[in-house]
Design a protein around this ligand. Structure first.
Ligand SMILES: NC(=O)CC[C@H](N)C(=O)O
Length: 382
């Protein structure tokens, strides 16, 4: 049951889009304002994973599912140490939590972590607008109303095109991922490490690191700007390219590094931004999508097996299908719009996926792609 706060104690909040549209509601986070690109996500679960996914840096996220916060928050569901989204917009916040895993409520968490967020918004109207016009720049504002000032912030936000944000969210120093594998029983185990993997942190999510460790990888995470020679000098069995925010074309240093790694024939696996970087380093191109893919039920066709995978997605750029170089094979396509969802190099051991095989809370249909990376390292090591 949702128990609403008395409206007199609510701080007003509003969203203004660059096209002048206004959405009013009330604050469920801290007071202040932020500009960003407004995107909608259709997932019914995983709001905490979304807020802490570094790929949402500079994006204001609206969730189409109307009740957000029902299961509260807990430490284990964070995909990184920070709340990276620029803002959160929901229809309704239930005041009563129902989960044995909850360690606290969402509004308290948003406030403690300095997030600007609002509820009471007609998220269906907002989503329809974004679908029709495409992702919009906007300003989320919590506190005393000042529409002209918010409109100015929305209109001066430069947009994500050309923005290199991987460098902004990446770790600044290399570190080993030391966490073991937890089990619901409360026991933590550490599978024997058989492969040395270097993971580029362009905005890496913790569940990726967990899935690599579960499969016998010892993982060293390195900053986004690490030169390929530094990575190769560690003689890794494989290199992982993480997800991350912003425009992939703007990450010129990473594109160069991936090119050198491919030339060295080290096994490479890329997810989302990592997939786009693999394409760019291989001579492909990327483009900005109208409103992107953000959800947890996107059907993707595996062209090799004919199987359909239900996948989690979060991207606003995509690999251009036009003029793909001959050494890139399209392994997966979106059944929503035919966009490229998976690539493999025909000449060197490298492949990538646009969606999220690590999706936590799922779906898990694409998880076997991690096993494919293990197999690739195994074959290459012989
Ligand atoms: N989740 C991601 O890695 C997103 C990749 C890229 N920033 C995009 O929007 O397409």
């Amino acid at each position: 049951m949702a128990v609403e706060l008395p409206s007199s104690s609510r701080v007003p909040a509003f969203l203004v889009l660059a096209d002048g549209s206004i959405f009013k509601g009330y604050s469920i986070g801290v007071e202040g304002y932020r500009g960003g690109e407004v995107v909608f996500n259709t997932a019914m679960t995983g709001y905490q994973e979304i807020l802490t996914d570094p790929s949402y840096c500079r994006q204001i996220v609206t969730l189409t599912y109307p009740h957000i916060g029902n299961v509260g928050v807990n430490q284990e569901d964070e995909e990184s140490a920070e709340l990276f989204a620029a803002g959160l917009i929901v229809r309704e916040i239930p005041r009563q939590l129902s989960s044995w895993r909850a360690q606290g409520g969402l509004p308290e968490y948003l406030k403690a972590r300095g997030m600007i967020a609002m509820a009471g918004v007609d998220t269906r109207r907002l989503t329809r607008l974004l679908r029709e016009k495409g992702a919009q720049n906007g300003c989320i504002w919590a506190g005393e109303e000042n529409i002209p000032a918010a409109l100015e912030v929305a209109r001066t936000f430069p947009g994500l095109n050309g923005m290199d944000l991987a460098k902004v969210v990446s770790c600044t120093r290399p570190y080993p991922w030391t966490e073991g594998v937890w089990h619901l029983s409360g026991i933590t185990t550490r599978p024997e490490a058989r492969f040395r993997v270097i993971a580029y942190d362009f905005g890496i999510k913790r569940n990726i690191l967990r899935m690599l460790v579960e499969r016998g990888c010892a993982v060293q995470v390195v900053p986004a700007t690490t030169p390929a020679q530094d990575v190769l000098s560690l003689r890794p069995d494989g290199v992982f390219l993480s997800n991350g925010p912003g425009d992939p074309e703007a990450c010129t240093y990473a594109i160069q590094a991936v090119r050198e790694l491919l030339a060295a024939r080290v096994p490479v696996f890329g997810i989302c931004l990592g997939h786009q970087l693999l394409a760019l380093a291989s001579g492909g191109r990327t483009l900005k999508m109208k409103f992107g893919h953000h959800g947890a039920n996107h059907p993707v066709l595996d062209q090799q097996t004919g199987r359909v995978l239900i996948t989690s997605q979060n991207h606003g750029f995509a690999v251009d299908t036009q003029d793909l170089p001959a050494h890139l094979t399209v392994t997966h396509v979106s059944l929503f719009d035919g966009s490229v969802q998976g690539l493999a190099r025909t000449d060197v051991p490298a492949f990538s996926f646009q969606g999220h095989p690590e999706a936590c809370p799922g779906p898990h249909d694409a998880a076997p792609l991690f096993d494919r990376f293990i197999a690739l390292m195994q074959e290459s090591g012989i």
